[in-house]
Design a protein around this ligand. Sequence first.
Ligand code: AHR
Length: 490
Amino acid sequence: MSNTIAIDPLRTLGRLERNVFGGFAEHLGRCIYGGLYDPNSPHADASGLRTDVLDALKRLNMPVMRYPGGNFVSGYRWRDGVGPKAERPARTELAWHDVEPNTFGTNEFVDFCRRLGTEPYLVVNAGDGDMREARDWLEYCNGTQDTALVKLRRAHGYEAPHGVRYWGIGNEVDGPWQIGYKTPEEYARTYTEFAKVMKWTDPSVKLVASGISAWDASAVERVKLLMEHAAAHIDYLAIHWYVGNDAQRGYRDDDFASYMALSERIEDMLVATEGVLRAMSRALRLGREVAIAVDEWNVWYRTGNEEKLEEVYNLEDALMTGIQLNALIRHARSVKMANLAQVVNVIAPILTRPDGLVLQSIFYPFELYSRFARGVALDVYWAGDTFSTPEHTGLRVLDVAATLDESAKELAVFVVNRSLEAREATLSLGTRASGAKAFVVNGPDIKATNTFEAPDRVGVRETGLEVDGDTLTYTFEPHSVTVLSVALEP
Ligand code: AHR
């Protein structure tokens, strides 16, 4: 059977926010210490930041970076991480059962963000922390008046305010694993009071409410109560997901087709969140949509705390990354931020040793999407070959999304071929094109990984393509993620 992909530039789904290509760095394992910050590495600069990690991260072009957790933040005291390093206390850390040295904190993180060209997004402790601590942190970072906290920041060497725009209130408060788990009612009250004082401290901030991560039966009630109590103070509602090729994070153990079918679960989570938010916005006559922030997403299923989440990714995980990014693009109308969890070593696209790093398979689709997804998301029609799993029938083999950058006259089509065979497709572009290029993420087989010994098993290849007016015929390689970058006629 043949495949058809039909694009109509007029069928737009909404502006794609660059912030959907955000990242997340947590005090966990070797993400901060030994990852992005490692004064002992030969790659470290004078401040201890690893320049090789910075260079690799720059390629991912992440506009926003969430920090410092994650579960970690629910026991974090921000004051421990500012001021002279010799005076900073080491603390028992209960989320990941570690000792936190606090030699990296708020100011080091903001410096890191400036070096990377990304915007900091801080999450306050709504686990064992209180709203006084939260608003003090905000004042320390953003304050401009001559208050004790602003003077403290200045004394720490930061005369100018950090101007941190994005602030999350709590992390995964719906999970019993969280320090300071909260019932829906408890969090709705907590969020309201934190949000009030934080907006009074700095009205310009954008606040992110911790929405759904456990995906249990209380999810609807949570969002409903949160909206009833605090809709006026919610700029983003956060949801989290992790997927994997096993029966716990997916449908079954090591089954490629079932793994690829997780697109349906992702779609369910997005549609469900959109539905309940829209119903509540309407019921409350809010007059605006509350945006969704998928502020943790990734493949994560092989490793736990013992391995400090140092997942080694293979090619099928790279396909899964493409599938998740396609979903974020198709839901551009509601998803206004997303954060790949995480950035270095811990479930990350980059793995380090003191003397170097390796780019994992999932690095490549993220890099390509972040580079080419621009402008508006398009409502693409596609049909053709299908596959089935015990849970689903008639799933399309190709998973497709597209964006159009009208000002640059560039169309980008993102296609994951979820089969072990090549698939030909005819793309009708809906407008005349002057040329195209294909960028293909692939490797020898779906289990191929990049390691320090063999760092290039999975990578990207670029080829030029012939376009026939407004039509392109292309054969998608087996088990591949392809980005077609099409130059449109002016
Ligand atoms: O990203 C790893 C962990 O996953 C985060 O700390 C937590 O928020 C989630 O459960």
